[in-house]
Write a protein that binds this ligand. Structure first.
Ligand code: SAM
Length: 261
């Protein structure tokens, strides 16, 4: 299976084209100059680079927190402690930690941020405690690429339904968060902007897309196995389609901008 950091870097271009620009524009409009931002579940820290590249931020401070030390180290190796041009740029701090422990320590120390960012994060955590913890350190959350309950592979396979049902069951019962991550966050916070950010991969595959698809097939197969169902034949057929350049994939995601209270 592809390691976590390689997968996260491979999905960067997919996120670039999937992000909902209206929600991002609203997020940009809410930020003060030189904002202080806490990124939870930062992975390889692609978001801070993206926001600088796209002109959303050009100064301030960004604290990238993730529990996965290797992913964060890959980000730190790539971008170092500053993103932007030599005359200024965004200072970046990397912290290997549980995001909610970090937030409660920061709150206890009196530290506040202008916003929390969590890309592809709010569906892997439980919404209520996440909102409670993060509201102590920031008034605003930008939650792009939050899973919205639907995955489809094509061409159709007779086992799709059972496999994808089990995949969602795994999200609900075997780890924090769940397939209704976007709806759960919308229930627990005050949404001020939202819009779809679907992931779509179709042949011919572009940069990194084979890596993303192979990783997703491994993830689905592994998750489904934990629920007690053997999806290896399904996964083998899907890998054959991938090798043959025929596999198509779509996942529903939602980008949310919410006030935390
Ligand atoms: C799907 S990845 C997304 C990474 C990155 N935001 C991106 O979009 O490329 C979710 C990340 O959240 C991290 N994560 C999940 N729960 C966490 C927690 N409670 N504290 C810190 N990191 C967490 C995982 O380690 C993982 O790197």
């Amino acid at each position: 299976m592809t390691d976590h950091a390689t997968y996260l870097d491979a999905k960067r271009a997919l996120d670039d084209r999937s992000l909902n620009r209206d929600v991002l524009d609203r997020f940009a409009a809410e930020l003060p100059p030189d904002p202080e931002i806490l990124e939870v579940g930062a992975g390889t820290a692609t978001m801070v680079e993206r926001l600088v590249d796209w002109g959303v931020i050009d100064g301030g401070r960004w604290v990238a927190v993730d529990a996965h030390a290797d992913a964060l180290a890959a980000g730190e190796d790539r971008i170092g402690s500053e993103v932007g041009d030599a005359s200024g740029g965004v200072d970046v701090e990397f912290r290997v930690a549980d995001a909610f422990e970090y937030a409660s320590e920061a709150a206890a120390a009196g530290r506040q941020f202008d916003a929390v960012v969590g890309c592809a994060f709010f569906d892997v955590v439980d919404a209520r405690p996440a909102v409670d913890a993060l509201a102590d350190v920031a008034p605003l959350a930008y939650a792009p690429i939050t899973y919205d309950g639907e995955t489809r592979f094509a061409p159709p396979d007779p086992d799709d339904e059972v496999v994808l049902d089990r995949y969602h069951r795994h999200m609900r019962e075997f780890r924090p968060g769940g397939p209704d991550g976007a709806a759960a966050l919308a229930r627990e916070a005050t949404v001020i902007a939202e819009g779809p950010s679907p992931w779509r991969i179709e042949p011919p595959y572009e940069n990194g897309e084979r890596v993303v698809l192979a990783h997703l097939l491994d993830t689905v197969e592994g998750a489904v196995a934990e629920t007690g169902y053997d999806a290896s034949d399904w996964a083998d057929r899907r890998r054959e389609a991938l090798d043959a350049g025929r596999l198509r994939y779509e996942a529903a995601n939602r980008d949310l901008l919410a006030r935390l209270e």
